[in-house]
Design a protein around this ligand. Structure first.
Ligand code: NAD
Ligand code: TYD
Length: 377
């Protein structure tokens, strides 16, 4: 494969995937197709924008004609689809935009790929449609062990001092979908369309469902970058509910490496879960963030604990996410490269060193949206 569309390449995870592919595969042409919503930022890709194998195309994935023409003009033989509306809180306020981009946008890409590839003499040969999804489509797991138990799995990501599971059950690939938020409902729907295109037309698809990502270039409406920035500026930290909800965290570059591996070696028609067996209660992560930011800024460790502010819980807030990624580890030999403690150090350091990036992305519209949303809490 030589000509690849990566959608949503100006976003958080997409920018890491674009960077990896542009640098690792100089003989591939990478077309970053992004509409540049509030979450898309070309500053995330400054270091690759001058490379001869990198091409930016500003387009909406819902615009079928543009996508279809791009596929024909550039002889596209692979699509890695990350573009989406991705924030649960926004989906609660504005579900239509989520259905439009996540469902209709995915359908538009699927149809463009199907029509173009079907028209070629070799048809599906050497083609791939890779859809990036989330663990949130599986719904929520119960927190049967609030104090934590020794988990049945361990990986590099989870090998630090804290290594607990908060229930016996994990998300496996064969679980039925039970999305709760408009975001996860829209992602689930798009996953169903991808499967339908494989089962009905034979489109060579692969789907992955990953746990929460963290790392550089994440838009600061999500927990980790938002809280790092607030701690730095001594602003309140809005903890939803009791802060007991559990998420399973993976360093974004480990996700990007998994995407590279699965794009090249994943089996057509398969689904793979991606995660590092690294469960954390929100409140425990928040304490780690406060201690880390304080230490790096030369403040006494823990000095900013009083910023923790418990606020009204998120509607329909999923209790626990925990991915079982043993299929991916067993079949394709992937494993995370970073321990959580190392990943958090790198991440906090990056946000503290890149205040200009933070100021740029939090100016204007976003700032107004954010203030409006929290004024209503
Ligand atoms: P993000 O919100 O940071 O980036 C989304 C990107 O998509 C932005 O660049 C935006 O401009 C672009 N985009 C949005 N609507 C578009 C449209 N209609 N046409 C073209 N481009 C459009 O998202 P992210 O956190 O990087 O997530 C990327 C993908 O990974 C999503 O599909 C998400 O569901 C999935 N995912 C995310 C996580 C996570 O923790 N962030 C975990 C698992 C899966
Ligand atoms: P988030 O980063 O929005 O990811 P997701 O909802 O996709 O898991 O939130 C991670 C967790 O942090 C989730 O349980 C909600 C919680 N949270 C807060 O407590 N306060 C906040 O301001 C945000 C953004 C999230």
């Amino acid at each position: 494969m030589r000509n690849i569309i990566i959608t949503g390449g100006a976003g958080f995870i997409g920018s890491h995937v674009v960077r990896l592919f542009v640098n690792k595969y100089p003989d591939y042409n990478i077309f970053n197709v992004d509409k540049l919503t509030y979450a898309g930022n070309l500053a995330n890709l400054k270091d690759v924008e001058g490379k001869p194998n990198y091409h930016f195309v500003k387009a909406d994935i819902c615009d079928f004609e543009t996508i279809y023409k791009l596929m024909q003009d550039e002889h596209i033989d692979g699509i890695i689809h990350l573009a989406a509306e991705s924030h649960v809180d926004r989906s609660i306020k504005d579900p239509f935009t989520f259905a439009q981009t996540n469902v209709m946008g995915t359908l538009s890409l699927l149809q463009a790929a199907k029509l173009y590839w079907e028209s070629l003499p070799e048809k599906w040969e050497g083609k791939r449609f890779y859809h990036i999804s989330t663990d949130e489509v599986y719904g929520a797991l119960e927190m049967t062990h609030p104090e934590g138990i020794v988990p049945p799995f361990s990986t590099k990501a989870s090998s630090g001092e804290h290594h607990l599971a908060y229930g016996e059950k994990f998300f496996t690939e064969d679980l039925k979908y039970q999305p709760h938020s408009p975001y996860s409902a829209a992602k689930a729907s798009s996953d169903h369309f991808v499967r339908a295109f494989h089962d009905t037309y034979g489109l060579p698809t692969v789907v992955t469902n990953c746990s929460n990502n963290y790392g550089p270039y994440q838009f600061p409406e999500k927990l980790i970058p938002l809280f790092i920035n607030n701690i730095r500026h001594r602003k309140p930290l809005p903890v939803y509910g009791k802060g007991e909800n559990v998420r399973d965290w993976l360093y974004v570059e480990d996700h990007a490496r998994a995407i590279d591996l699965i794009f090249h070696e994943g089996k057509v028609g398969e689904t793979y879960n991606i995660g590092g067996f690294n469960e954390w209660k929100n409140i425990d992560i928040i304490k780690v963030l406060i201690n880390t930011v304080d230490r790096m800024l030369g403040r006494p460790e823990g000095a900013d604990m009083d910023l923790i502010t418990y606020v009204t819980d998120r509607a329909g807030h999923d209790m626990r996410y925990a991915i079982d990624s043993s299929k991916l580890q067993r079949e394709l030999g992937w494993e995370p490269s970073l321990q959580f403690e190392e990943g958090i150090e790198k991440t906090v350091r990056w946000y503290l060193d890149n205040q200009e990036w933070m100021d740029n992305v939090t100016s204007g519209d976003y700032q107004r949206y954010y203030e409006d949303m929290y004024a209503k809490r």
